[in-house]
Structures are given as structure tokens and as C-alpha cells.
Design a binder for this molecule. Sequence first.
Ligand code: MG
Length: 164
Amino acid sequence: MLSKRLEQAINEQIKNELYSGYLYLAMAAQCESMNLKGFAHWLKVQAKEELGHAMRLYDFVNDRGGRVVLEAIEKPPVEYPSLQAMFTTVLEHEQKVTVLINKLYEMAKEENDYPLQVHLQWFIEEQVEEEKNPTEILAMLKLTGEGGNGLLMLDSKLREREEE
Ligand code: MG
């Protein structure tokens, strides 16, 4: 059985993952409006992944006899001044999520909740990827700039991202 403290902390993380999805979907919407279909596709795949992260935690709470409570999700920003600004936000957001996951893991250790520690290992590994991807996209954006053929090539490369 999950402790009330851990149950609450996981519910908070479910909200954080759903917010991540909302944030990336809002970014996708801006890219659609700029006709950057590849960027929009990449961000939509990412948004779906975030829903998957939330669902892993949702199922875990239920499997442990806890009660999922969904908290309010805040409104994400509507517009970024540039793609570099957008992907800097992605990177910074994922760095924050990493800290939150690590804190949750610490809490699970304090309470000797072994199943939660094991469950969170997947998330700890996933965060490596989640920080790596926007770092790589930012590096490419710096090379291509935000216009011309370079940007179109990057857009078609991002279009290739497969759903997991
Ligand atoms: Mg996530």
C-alpha cells in the first residue's frame, strides 16, 4: 500500500507529465501555424509520450491501491519568439522534470518503498533521452539558423520521428 505522502507526490507528478504534454501540444500548434509540419509532428509525438508517462504513474497508483486525483493544469505559453527560444524552453522544462523525478525517488527511498523505486528507474533513464533530444535539436537550429534550406531540411528530418 502506498503511503498518503507518496500517493500525493505521484499525483502531483501525474499533473506535471500532463502539463508537459499540454506544453508541447501548444508548441506544436505554433509550428502548425508557421507551416513547420515536421516540428509540429515531432512535438505532437512528444506530447503523446507525456500522456504515456502520466498513464504509467496513473496505473501504478491504482495497482498499489491508491487513489488518483487529477489536479488543475495551467495554461501553457501561446507563442515563442523563435524556434531556439521554444526548444530552450523544452530543454529547461525537462531539466526541471528530472529534478522532480529525482526528488520523488528520494522520497521513495526515505519511505523504503521499493516498488516505487523500481518503477521510477524507467523515468530516471527516460529523462536522459528527454534532455538529450532538445539539446540536439537546439544544436541543429544553431547550425541551420531559422530560415532557408537548412530549416526545411531540419523540418523534414523531424517529420521522420516515429511514435513509440
Ligand atoms: Mg515526461
